[in-house]
Ligand binder design. Structure first.
Ligand code: SF4
Length: 300
């Protein structure tokens, strides 16, 4: 997977934004040829390209970029990270649909179950209403949506309510991803305000995951080490970051499950240390063949 930043502007101002970008920097370098050379440097024939920002749909040339990349890489999956606010304009969502194909999806972030929670994270009044309307418009047009819930201090106590909100209002999303806040960039700058421990988060996350599971809404977990999760949810945990972002610890080096576990993110380790992590008791894994997500279940 290769990620390219297609825009330096954003209509949100998220307190925990983990994207390294200079806001409102001149966009002239975001041309197709510049972006393409970045892809080729990293992975000449990528299986998946993720468009990030800023907000990709603030880029006036986004549809042209999509078309050009599609022409060059007809079978590559294209995943576009977005706050979905632009899609609150139904005509804009319709316009996007013309550039869509079966290997493309929007990964939209929902940060709360109401304006109070969501907008306190985006620091952008009115963003919740637009995001929800945007996601609903995408679903109405049958555009595939991955729903991303970034978990941080502002919303970890609301996770069950967020799950209820999704079940009630956003049926039709392909799947939900809970992403534990990565303490880099803005999130690192605002660490005191956004950082929360796994120990506090997991008891709030478990009822949310159970609710989704009972309602047959599939979910993934990004940045959640296996040993802080109940084993029944190991099959949802993905290896969501590259090795360079992980702190190697003696505990993990001696852990038989390290191959299947994301590990401890450096930002987390520097803030909370390693006290919460321990080698899990032995279980027998049923494995699949996705390098980012090998655990298919636990033998009973
Ligand atoms: S000890 Fe380390 S490798 Fe093992 S499950 Fe915990 S975080 Fe993952």
């Amino acid at each position: 997977m290769v990620a390219i930043r297609v825009c330096n502007k954003c209509n949100n101002n998220c307190i925990m934004c983990s994207n390294y970008f200079v806001r409102n920097l001149d966009e002239t370098e975001r041309t197709f040829s510049n972006l393409l050379s970045r892809i080729k440097e990293k992975e000449p024939t990528p299986k998946e390209i993720t468009f990030t920002g800023g907000e990709p749909f603030i880029n006036q040339n986004i549809f042209e970029l999509i078309d050009k990349f599609r022409e060059l890489y007809p079978k590559t999956k294209i995943n576009i990270l977005s706050n979905a606010r632009m899609f609150s304009y139904f005509k804009y969502a319709l316009r996007f649909k013309k550039h869509l194909d079966k290997n493309m999806q929007i990964a939209a972030s929902l940060l709360g179950q109401n304006s109070k929670v969501h907008d306190s994270i985006t620091l952008s009044p009115g963003s919740f209403k637009q995001t929800v309307l945007g996601i609903k418009n995408l679903l109405r047009l049958k555009i595939p949506v991955e729903l991303r819930v970034i978990v941080l201090k502002q919303n970890y106590k609301q996770l069950e309510e967020i799950a209820k909100y999704i079940i009630k209002n956003l049926q039709g999303v392909k799947y939900v991803v809970f992403i534990f806040v990565d303490l880099v960039s803005n999130a690192l700058k605002n660490k005191e305000e956004v950082a929360v421990s796994y120990t506090k988060t997991i008891p709030q996350l478990v009822p949310a995951m159970s609710l989704l599971k009972n309602n047959k809404i599939y979910f993934r977990l990004y940045h959640f080490p296996l040993c802080i999760l109940p084993t029944e949810f190991w099959e949802n945990a993905w290896i969501s970051v590259e090795k360079m972002k992980i702190r190697e610890t003696r505990i993990c080096l001696s852990c038989p499950y390290s191959k299947y576990c994301v590990g401890i993110l450096k930002g987390y380790y520097n803030t909370f240390g390693e006290i919460e992590f321990k080698v899990p008791e032995k279980v027998n894994l049923i494995l699949g063949d996705n390098p980012f997500h090998q655990i298919k279940g636990i033998e009973k």
